[in-house]
Design a protein around this ligand. Structure first.
Ligand code: CA2
Length: 163
């Protein structure tokens, strides 16, 4: 299995036990954010995106953020989310445009799913205009840079809090 990264929250075990978890899943190459191609993706890193997601998290919710370059690992995390998460924010990276497997896995998840893209995929190459994940997503945010992560988490917290 390839390497994957779990972005640890600083919440205490007690606080975590009382919170509802939102999974923030990141696909291939997103670990390179801020390190290459700043003209496309900006100069901030995936850690910065996770910080924005965490800052947007309302009381009673917490973020579990992970990144993998492996499609099967992402599928496993979506399955895990069925038991452990109330919502999913996902930037599937290039798998957005290719992966029926991610779509099938997300179709097994009952809660809100928000798809995030740092860049505006509709203003880029034609092969990026279509996303399998969008067939399941409740909302899609593209082109807001890293702010999309915060907006997605805020939306999920609001919608699950009755807002
Ligand atoms: O805009 C997005 O967030 C994307 O999901 C980013 C993916 C791309 O394949 C999607 O079409 C849109 C790429 C992930 C980032 O890849 C990098 C590669 C080199 C340097 C920095 C990032």
């Amino acid at each position: 299995m390839g390497q994957s990264k779990v972005y640890r929250a600083k919440a205490t075990n007690r606080a975590r036990a009382m919170s509802q978890t939102i999974y923030v899943l990141n696909g291939p190459n997103l670990n390179m954010l801020g390190l290459r191609q700043p003209e496309l993706y900006g100069s901030r890193t995936l850690d910065d995106a996770i910080d924005l997601a965490r800052a947007a998290c309302a009381d009673g919710f917490e973020i579990h953020a992970v990144q993998s370059n492996w499609e099967g690992q992402l599928v496993d995390w979506i399955h895990e989310a069925r038991e452990k998460a109330v919502g999913i924010v996902i930037n599937p990276g290039a798998y957005s445009h290719t992966s029926v497997a991610l779509l099938d896995a997300l179709n097994c998840f009952d809660g809100p799913v928000i798809e995030v893209h740092v860049s505006n995929i509709h203003a880029r190459e034609e092969f990026r205009h279509f996303s399998y994940v969008s067939q399941r997503a409740d909302g899609v945010i593209a082109g807001l840079g890293l702010e999309g992560y915060g907006a997605a988490v805020r939306y999920i917290c609001d919608s699950l809090s009755g807002g």
